[in-house]
Design a protein around this ligand. Structure first.
Ligand SMILES: [Zn+2]
Length: 205
Protein backbone atom coordinates (compact mmCIF):
# COMPACT_ATOMS: atom_id res chain seq x y z
CA UNK A 1 0.00 0.00 0.00
CA UNK A 2 1.26 3.49 -0.82
CA UNK A 3 0.50 6.68 1.11
CA UNK A 4 -0.19 9.85 -0.87
CA UNK A 5 -0.74 13.33 0.52
CA UNK A 6 -3.48 15.49 -0.94
CA UNK A 7 -2.19 19.02 -0.26
CA UNK A 8 -4.73 21.53 1.03
CA UNK A 9 -7.19 22.70 -1.67
CA UNK A 10 -6.33 19.79 -4.00
CA UNK A 11 -7.72 16.53 -5.35
CA UNK A 12 -6.45 13.06 -6.17
CA UNK A 13 -7.85 10.20 -8.27
CA UNK A 14 -6.97 6.51 -8.51
CA UNK A 15 -8.36 3.19 -9.72
CA UNK A 16 -9.19 0.36 -7.34
CA UNK A 17 -10.17 -3.25 -7.99
CA UNK A 18 -13.06 -5.15 -6.41
CA UNK A 19 -12.08 -6.42 -2.96
CA UNK A 20 -9.17 -3.97 -2.52
CA UNK A 21 -9.22 -1.33 0.20
CA UNK A 22 -8.06 2.26 0.65
CA UNK A 23 -7.80 4.61 3.62
CA UNK A 24 -8.70 8.30 3.91
CA UNK A 25 -6.75 9.83 6.80
CA UNK A 26 -7.12 13.21 8.53
CA UNK A 27 -3.49 13.95 9.49
CA UNK A 28 -4.11 17.16 11.44
CA UNK A 29 -7.82 16.79 12.28
CA UNK A 30 -10.85 19.02 11.58
CA UNK A 31 -10.44 18.76 7.78
CA UNK A 32 -13.21 17.64 5.41
CA UNK A 33 -12.47 15.31 2.47
CA UNK A 34 -14.99 14.99 -0.40
CA UNK A 35 -15.25 11.66 -2.23
CA UNK A 36 -16.79 10.54 -5.54
CA UNK A 37 -16.66 7.12 -7.22
CA UNK A 38 -17.38 5.76 -10.71
CA UNK A 39 -17.64 2.14 -11.86
CA UNK A 40 -14.84 1.07 -14.20
CA UNK A 41 -17.35 -0.85 -16.30
CA UNK A 42 -19.47 2.21 -17.12
CA UNK A 43 -18.38 5.84 -16.57
CA UNK A 44 -22.05 6.85 -16.47
CA UNK A 45 -22.70 4.70 -13.37
CA UNK A 46 -21.36 6.57 -10.36
CA UNK A 47 -21.74 7.22 -6.66
CA UNK A 48 -25.13 8.70 -5.85
CA UNK A 49 -25.49 10.78 -2.70
CA UNK A 50 -29.28 10.61 -2.85
CA UNK A 51 -29.59 6.85 -3.52
CA UNK A 52 -27.08 6.20 -0.74
CA UNK A 53 -29.33 8.18 1.62
CA UNK A 54 -32.27 6.12 0.34
CA UNK A 55 -30.69 2.64 0.38
CA UNK A 56 -28.26 3.04 3.29
CA UNK A 57 -28.88 5.98 5.62
CA UNK A 58 -28.30 9.67 6.14
CA UNK A 59 -25.38 8.91 8.46
CA UNK A 60 -23.07 6.25 7.02
CA UNK A 61 -20.33 4.61 9.09
CA UNK A 62 -18.62 1.22 9.48
CA UNK A 63 -20.67 -1.55 7.88
CA UNK A 64 -22.59 0.78 5.56
CA UNK A 65 -22.30 0.76 1.77
CA UNK A 66 -22.27 3.63 -0.72
CA UNK A 67 -24.55 3.09 -3.73
CA UNK A 68 -24.47 4.07 -7.39
CA UNK A 69 -27.00 5.75 -9.66
CA UNK A 70 -28.10 2.21 -10.62
CA UNK A 71 -28.54 1.12 -6.98
CA UNK A 72 -25.46 -1.12 -6.85
CA UNK A 73 -23.00 -1.01 -3.92
CA UNK A 74 -19.70 0.50 -5.01
CA UNK A 75 -17.85 1.04 -1.70
CA UNK A 76 -18.38 -0.31 1.82
CA UNK A 77 -16.95 1.35 4.93
CA UNK A 78 -14.92 -1.24 6.86
CA UNK A 79 -13.49 0.96 9.62
CA UNK A 80 -14.38 4.45 10.77
CA UNK A 81 -12.53 6.28 13.56
CA UNK A 82 -14.63 9.45 13.23
CA UNK A 83 -18.21 8.32 12.62
CA UNK A 84 -19.32 11.76 11.43
CA UNK A 85 -19.81 12.28 7.67
CA UNK A 86 -22.23 14.25 5.53
CA UNK A 87 -24.56 13.10 2.73
CA UNK A 88 -26.55 16.35 2.39
CA UNK A 89 -24.19 19.02 1.10
CA UNK A 90 -23.02 19.51 -2.47
CA UNK A 91 -19.27 19.90 -3.00
CA UNK A 92 -17.94 23.44 -2.62
CA UNK A 93 -17.07 25.12 -5.90
CA UNK A 94 -15.98 28.43 -7.40
CA UNK A 95 -19.29 30.28 -7.11
CA UNK A 96 -20.13 28.90 -3.64
CA UNK A 97 -16.75 29.96 -2.30
CA UNK A 98 -17.43 33.51 -3.54
CA UNK A 99 -20.05 33.89 -0.80
CA UNK A 100 -19.23 36.16 2.13
CA UNK A 101 -19.38 33.32 4.65
CA UNK A 102 -16.11 31.94 3.30
CA UNK A 103 -12.74 33.54 3.95
CA UNK A 104 -9.99 33.46 1.36
CA UNK A 105 -10.19 33.83 -2.38
CA UNK A 106 -10.15 30.29 -3.80
CA UNK A 107 -10.44 30.10 -7.59
CA UNK A 108 -12.33 26.83 -7.18
CA UNK A 109 -13.22 24.17 -4.65
CA UNK A 110 -13.87 20.47 -4.26
CA UNK A 111 -15.92 20.12 -7.44
CA UNK A 112 -13.18 21.63 -9.59
CA UNK A 113 -10.37 19.75 -7.80
CA UNK A 114 -12.17 16.40 -8.09
CA UNK A 115 -12.75 17.06 -11.77
CA UNK A 116 -9.15 18.16 -12.47
CA UNK A 117 -7.81 15.00 -10.80
CA UNK A 118 -10.18 12.90 -12.97
CA UNK A 119 -9.56 14.82 -16.21
CA UNK A 120 -6.65 12.55 -17.31
CA UNK A 121 -9.11 9.63 -17.11
CA UNK A 122 -11.46 11.39 -19.56
CA UNK A 123 -14.07 12.92 -17.26
CA UNK A 124 -15.80 16.28 -17.75
CA UNK A 125 -16.70 18.69 -14.93
CA UNK A 126 -20.40 17.94 -15.50
CA UNK A 127 -19.70 14.26 -14.67
CA UNK A 128 -18.88 15.11 -11.03
CA UNK A 129 -21.80 14.02 -8.81
CA UNK A 130 -22.66 15.25 -5.35
CA UNK A 131 -20.17 13.94 -2.82
CA UNK A 132 -19.74 11.92 0.33
CA UNK A 133 -18.31 14.59 2.61
CA UNK A 134 -16.01 12.63 4.89
CA UNK A 135 -15.43 14.13 8.37
CA UNK A 136 -18.11 16.84 7.76
CA UNK A 137 -20.63 17.49 10.52
CA UNK A 138 -24.05 18.69 9.40
CA UNK A 139 -27.46 18.98 11.02
CA UNK A 140 -30.97 19.83 9.84
CA UNK A 141 -32.91 22.50 11.72
CA UNK A 142 -36.48 22.01 12.87
CA UNK A 143 -37.44 24.63 10.32
CA UNK A 144 -35.99 24.10 6.88
CA UNK A 145 -32.26 24.71 6.80
CA UNK A 146 -29.12 22.59 6.77
CA UNK A 147 -26.29 23.70 9.02
CA UNK A 148 -22.64 22.77 8.93
CA UNK A 149 -20.45 22.65 12.04
CA UNK A 150 -16.76 22.33 12.95
CA UNK A 151 -15.43 18.94 11.89
CA UNK A 152 -15.02 16.67 14.94
CA UNK A 153 -12.22 14.67 13.26
CA UNK A 154 -9.21 14.08 15.50
CA UNK A 155 -5.63 14.00 14.13
CA UNK A 156 -5.05 10.58 12.60
CA UNK A 157 -8.72 9.64 12.23
CA UNK A 158 -9.00 7.08 9.42
CA UNK A 159 -11.86 5.75 7.30
CA UNK A 160 -11.22 2.49 5.42
CA UNK A 161 -13.25 1.68 2.31
CA UNK A 162 -13.50 -1.64 0.44
CA UNK A 163 -14.39 -1.65 -3.27
CA UNK A 164 -17.54 -3.67 -4.03
CA UNK A 165 -16.64 -3.54 -7.72
CA UNK A 166 -13.82 -2.21 -9.91
CA UNK A 167 -13.99 1.55 -9.42
CA UNK A 168 -12.41 4.94 -10.11
CA UNK A 169 -12.18 7.11 -6.98
CA UNK A 170 -11.47 10.80 -6.44
CA UNK A 171 -10.91 12.51 -3.08
CA UNK A 172 -10.36 16.21 -2.38
CA UNK A 173 -9.17 18.16 0.65
CA UNK A 174 -11.98 20.70 1.07
CA UNK A 175 -11.27 24.32 0.12
CA UNK A 176 -14.07 25.98 2.13
CA UNK A 177 -12.29 28.35 4.51
CA UNK A 178 -14.88 28.31 7.29
CA UNK A 179 -15.32 26.79 10.75
CA UNK A 180 -16.43 23.51 9.13
CA UNK A 181 -12.75 22.87 8.27
CA UNK A 182 -11.39 23.97 11.66
CA UNK A 183 -9.11 26.96 12.13
CA UNK A 184 -7.19 26.46 8.88
CA UNK A 185 -7.33 24.35 5.73
CA UNK A 186 -5.01 21.34 5.81
CA UNK A 187 -4.26 18.28 3.68
CA UNK A 188 -5.63 14.75 3.62
CA UNK A 189 -3.71 11.46 3.23
CA UNK A 190 -4.89 8.46 1.25
CA UNK A 191 -3.38 4.97 1.34
CA UNK A 192 -4.02 3.02 -1.87
CA UNK A 193 -2.82 -0.30 -3.35
CA UNK A 194 0.72 -0.11 -4.74
CA UNK A 195 -0.39 -0.75 -8.33
CA UNK A 196 -2.86 2.20 -8.38
CA UNK A 197 -2.01 5.07 -10.72
CA UNK A 198 -2.58 8.30 -8.83
CA UNK A 199 -3.32 11.70 -10.41
CA UNK A 200 -3.12 14.81 -8.23
CA UNK A 201 -4.43 18.21 -9.33
CA UNK A 202 -5.56 21.58 -7.99
CA UNK A 203 -7.08 24.78 -9.31
CA UNK A 204 -4.04 26.42 -7.70
CA UNK A 205 -1.62 24.60 -10.08
ZN1 LIG B 1 -15.13 21.50 -0.29
Amino acid sequence: MGKHNIPKMSGISFKIDEGDTFDVINPEGEQIADLVAFTQADDDEKFSQSYTRYLSSLRVSAGDSLYTTEGNPILTILKDDCGVHDLLYAPCNEWLLDQDRYAGDAPGGCRENLWLSLKPKGFDEADIPDTLNIFQKSTVSEQKFMNVHRSPAEPGDTVTFEADQDAIIAVSSCSAASESNGDELTGIDVVVPDDSTVHEASVLD
